[in-house]
Design a protein around this ligand. Structure first.
Ligand code: OGA
Ligand code: MN
Length: 291
């Protein structure tokens, strides 16, 4: 049976059926997934409890992997997962929930701000693929906002204002927004800001989108408070409910999103309950700002 997609979100997001992601991916299925991603920007696959090597094999059929190196505060020697995965869980190596005041847990709470993955890297991520291994009894949804529809809905004056602007992205900025500021000198260096365009054009569809992210904390040539107010207004506009699809996780769900076209955020859940989510990431094509 060929894979088919039905729309589940307000203006984007589709549920794909008729495909088993644990099996080798045919060229045709890979092409259908890319075409589906171009159109829907978020694809949900139900009942795909994948072993790590299966998730990795599936991801590699879609493109080159972006490694998670030095992007969290987890002690590299104590990683639960290899660097081919971003560990989005709240678990330690013994699969026990991190203490409420654990520093890496508090840093990871930054995922509850609207963001686009790796916008703090010179070449930011293309797709993220998240598989649910365990989910809490309540909360813990992931929400997605369509940055294409948000761009389209801007008035002409704001579109003109946003045109050509370049923002500065850093995890220091996003964490600062939730009052997490105690970085070491080494971390400040590692999280040095990178520049990203504010308006992106999709390489296949040609659609324009707002490239917003909690990591953005400045605009080239603008006073900082003015830049932050402008970005805050854009974020408020872009995350109105009619642009948002809220994903309620079921065990074994695999969700893929296109970081070039959507923002996402995690929602809160009980700290003492395990939430084991494992993310593979596809590398982007290159920097958004020519260097
Ligand atoms: C991510 C992320 C949100 C969530 O995997 O990049 O932000 O709900 N996840 O865990
Ligand atoms: Mn994320």
């Amino acid at each position: 049976m060929a894979m088919t997609i039905r729309q589940i979100g307000p203006c984007f997001a589709g549920e794909a059926v008729g495909i088993d992601l644990s099996q080798p991916l045919s060229r045709q299925d890979a092409a259908s997934i890319h075409a589906g991603m171009d159109e829907y920007a978020v694809l949900v696959f139900r009942e795909q409890a994948l072993a790590d090597d299966q998730q990795l094999a599936f991801t590699e059929c879609l493109g080159a992997i972006e490694h998670a190196i030095g992007t969290s505060l987890r002690d590299p020697g104590k990683n639960r997962l290899p660097t081919t995965f971003a560990d989005v869980s709240n678990l330690d190596r013994q699969n026990k929930p991190l203490a409420r005041d654990d520093r890496s847990r508090l840093f990871a709470i930054g995922n509850q701000l609207w963001h686009s993955d790796s916008s703090f890297k010179p070449t930011p991520a293309k797709y993220s693929l998240l598989n649910a291994h365990s989910i809490p009894s309540k909360g813990g949804n992931t929400e997605f906002a369509d940055m294409r529809a948000a761009y389209d809905a801007l008035d002409d004056e704001t579109k003109a204002q946003a045109e050509g602007l370049i923002c500065e992205h850093s995890q220091i900025h996003s964490r600062g927004k939730i009052g997490f500021t105690d970085f070491t000198d080494e971390e400040r260096e590692r999280f040095e800001p990178v520049r990203q365009v504010l308006v992106r054009t999709h390489p296949v569809t040609g659609r324009r989108s707002l490239y917003l992210s909690s990591h953005a904390g400045g605009i080239d040539g603008w006073p900082v408070p003015e830049a932050n107010i402008f970005l805050r207004d854009l974020n408020e506009h872009a995350t109105q409910r009619h642009f948002v699809y809220a994903h309620e996780w079921r065990l074994g769900d695999l969700v893929i999103w296109d970081n070039r076209q959507v923002m996402h955020r995690a929602r809160p859940f009980p700290a003492e309950e395990p939430r084991d989510m494992r993310r593979t990431t596809l590398a982007g094509d290159g920097p958004t700002v020519p260097i």
